[in-house]
Each structure stands twice: as C-alpha cells, then as structure tokens.
Design a binder for this molecule. Structure first.
Ligand SMILES: [Zn+2]
Length: 461
C-alpha cells in the first residue's frame, strides 16, 4: 500500500499503522516496486527536499547557484547527478563559520527536538539537529527496515550500546518503539556493566540484540567466564552498526555460531540518520539500499560520476524526508560494490552485496597500499585458534612503513606453525607483509562501543 500522504512532503505517517506479524513487508508497494516506479517516487521527494533546502539553507543555495542550478532544473535522476556533492569537512567548516548548527539548519531553532553529534575524533565535532517530526520519521523508517530482518512486536530487544550523542542507540530505540517490540534499553559504558548485561540477559531472555559486533563478543567472553553459554540467552536476531564486523564474513559466522542467532549488518553514517537506510534483510545477501528513504548513488571517487551496477565506488547519500538539516548528496568516502540482482526476500532495492567494504575513516596507507582493518579482521577471525581482539600497529622504524598485528591466542597451539599460516593469509589478502605476534587471551583492551584496533606510530608531517 502506498500511503495516501505519499504525495505530500515530508510524509505524514499513520502512527497507528503496523502490518500483521505474518506479513513479510511493512509496505509491500514501496518495497517491491519496479525501478521506473521507484525512480519517480525518489525524484518527487528530491524535488521537494531541494526546494525546502534552497529556500532556507545558504549552505546549499550558494553551492547550487555557483553551479548554475535551481531546484526546478532537476527533472530526472540524471539531472540530479549534476547537483554539487558535499563532504563531511564542508559540514564541519560551515558549522565553524555559522555556529552552532551551520547555515544548513532548515528549521527554527525552537523546533529542535534532539541534538546529537559526531565524536569529533577527526577535528571539530559536528552537531546534528533533529525536529520532532524528523524523529518520528526516523522511527517509522527504522521500524520498516527492522521488519525486513524479522523483528516483530512479540520481540524483546536488548540495546547494548551507549546512550549519548551517539545516534546508533537512539535510532535503534526509536525504531523498536515504533515497531511495537519491547525495548530493553540497557546501555553500555559504565564499569561493571558487561557482567550485569550477562545476568540481565540470562534472566530476561531478550530475543534480539543491538550493539557493536566487538561489544557482543565481549559479552560472550564475559558470559563464558561465568560458565554461561551465550546460546542460552535465546537470542534470535542480532543487528549491528558502528563497526564493519557484522558484514565481514568470518566475523558474521563467528557471531552466528557464538550466539545461535542471525547477524544483521546495518548502518551508513550518523549524519544520514535514518542510518538504517542500508541494512541486510533476513536472508543476509548484503545490505539493501532503502532508496525511497535515503537515495543512495554510487560514484567514482575520482570523477564523482555515477557508476553502473557491478561497479565499486563511494556511496553518496541524500535524505528524502528530513526537515532539520537535510543531507543532499553527502559523499561518504566509504567504499562499496553494488548490484541490482534479485534477493529471495522479493524487495527490489539494490544491494551492497559485500556491505561497506572499507570505511574511509579507517583506511591506512601502508607502503602505498590502501589497507582496511576490516580485511585484517576477516583473516584473523577465520582462524579458530585466535581470540577475538587484535591490534594493528603501523610504524616507520627506518625508511619504510612496517605493519604488525598483535593477536590473542584462544588456546595453546604450535605458535610457529600458526604464525606462518596467518602471515601467508595476510600477505595474500593485503598484498604486503605483516609481522604477527601472539599475546594471551584477554591481553588486549576491550571496548563498550567501537574498538580502537589501530595504533599508528609513524611520525606525522
Ligand atoms: Zn532481501
């Protein structure tokens, strides 16, 4: 069903709407439409959000005018590909020049309902302003997407991530509430909380879990130390964002075997919330692009021209129904391959079959090679002899970069033989040599949110 208000912008949802639990789709018409029908839905929303931003945001108006464009000039998705792209650095610079929300705040400040933000690890933190109706649409979008991986009102969802400016936890919570499942907003980050998480999960038997992959594995370790098999929690679905692990084949297998639940990879960028716009369905064939919520293009990062299905490039996101600070053609800098091959779920959204292959923020350049920590993780988690945590150390003791990996041993073994096998596999995967050192299980620091697995000791400048 296409909602009656589809023609209006932004969409007004019926807050009481929910499909029967045995129906696989939240909105079968939107989720299974042909590519042409979908293009027309997307174009209509693009025209509305561009008109909205042009009127209210000098940030966009000046860029578009400089390119000789007005919103009325965009009459097709091809036309849209000529609209200037923006980068995270542009948002940071604009907020510095026009504090605190930048010249792209499109609502009256009195309408701000939530303030969230980036962690600021790469410079000045960026603030996100959500209006009340933005929040409602985030909830609606996330509920619809969670439905696709099997979450239902009868589920209880343990949210094991930090409630702070980090939008992951809030986005998950909003969707869980809208879907009608029982929210169990446990949180994370306080000393002693992981042990409490184990005892609460053992007691309450939630059927679903949200957090980061590394924190889920930390909960598993803590449970085992208490003599509890993580499968005893009875989890059915685990969904993740904030780290690439859930889309890394070896880590996905490890999580599914450890907990006996399906492992769902989700999440684009905090700026793009509803960040579940790229999320796997229950079939786990890669991340679907929910194009009528956030329109995703795949561009060649060198030319910024659109790429055909089958190609690898950088995702560029356009929010189609956010009023507060709409993101229009925000370049992620990440790397993904895309396909429009059918998925057994019947949804006609294109997919990133291998998820986000590399997060640009995580990429290391070592001896001229682009190295993604996720590639190293995929190798290490494929060896059952190794533990969960690892650390990547890049240094430059003389003229050349050196790459070293510290990995935990899960159990005693022939270390020399194992080292050779792991190093050979790393060389195959990365194209360069990496030294490996083994440390005892538990020797590497654990995290409650995103693991910091890279230590770059090279001199700067
Ligand atoms: Zn699917």
């Amino acid at each position: 069903m296409i909602h009656a208000a589809e023609a209006a912008w932004p969409l007004a949802y019926d807050p009481a709407y929910r499909p029967p639990s045995d129906v696989p789709y939240w909105d079968v018409a939107l989720e299974t439409m042909s590519e042409d029908e979908r293009a027309s839905v997307i174009l209509g929303k693009i025209q509305r959000v561009m008109a909205w931003a042009y009127e209210r945001a000098p940030f966009y108006r000046t860029r578009w005018q400089a390119a000789g464009l007005e919103p009325g000039d965009v009459r097709s998705l091809d036309d849209f590909s000529r609209v200037p792209t923006i980068a995270k650095a542009d948002l940071r610079a604009d907020q510095a020049a026009h504090p605190p929300f930048g010249s792209y705040l499109c609502i009256d400040p009195s309408e701000i309902f939530h303030i969230h933000g980036t962690s600021g690890t790469s410079g000045r933190p960026t603030a996100f302003a959500w209006s009340r109706d933005d929040y409602d649409r985030i909830a609606e979008s996330h509920a619809r997407i969670m439905w696709s991986f099997g979450l239902r009102p009868s589920d209880t969802v343990f949210v094991g991530s930090i409630f702070s400016l980090y939008v992951g936890s809030w986005g998950a919570l909003a969707g869980i509430e809208r879907l009608g499942a029982a929210a169990f907003p446990f949180g994370a980050g306080v000393p002693g909380m992981t042990l409490q998480a184990v005892s609460w999960m053992q007691q309450m038997k939630p059927t679903a879990f949200y957090g980061t992959p590394s924190y889920a594995m930390r909960i598993a370790e803590t449970a085992r130390a208490e003599g509890i098999d993580p499968r005893d929690f009875g989890l059915r679905i685990m969904f993740f964002s904030g780290e690439p692990g859930a889309g890394i084949p070896a880590t996905k297998r490890l999580i599914e075997e450890t907990f006996g639940a399906i492992c769902i990879d989700s999440g684009s960028m905090g700026e793009v919330t509803p960040w579940m716009n790229i999320t796997e369905c229950e079939h786990r064939t890669g991340m679907h692009l929910w194009q009528d919520i956030v329109y995703t293009e795949l561009l060649d990062p060198a030319t910024m021209r659109p790429l055909p299905y089958g190609a690898t490039g950088t995702p560029v996101y356009t929010q189609l129904m956010r009023r507060g600070q709409p993101m229009i053609r925000l370049v992620s800098g990440d790397q993904a391959e895309w396909t429009n091959d059918p998925c057994p779920c019947g949804r006609t959204y294109p997919r990133f079959p291998r998820g986000i292959i590399g997060r640009i923020d995580d990429m290391l350049v070592v001896r001229g090679e682009n190295i993604y920590p996720s590639a190293i993780e995929d190798v290490l988690h494929g060896f059952p002899e190794l533990g969960i945590e690892f650390e990547i150390v890049v240094s430059r003791p003389k003229a050349l970069d050196e790459l070293a990996v510290r990995a935990e041993l899960a159990a005693p073994c022939d270390e020399g033989e194992l080292r050779e096998r792991v190093m050979a596999q790393l060389k195959r995967q990365l194209g360069i040599r990496a030294e490996i050192a083994f440390v005892p299980a538990g020797a590497i620091a654990r995290t409650d949110l995103k693991s910091r697995r890279v230590r770059d000791e090279r001199p700067t400048g």
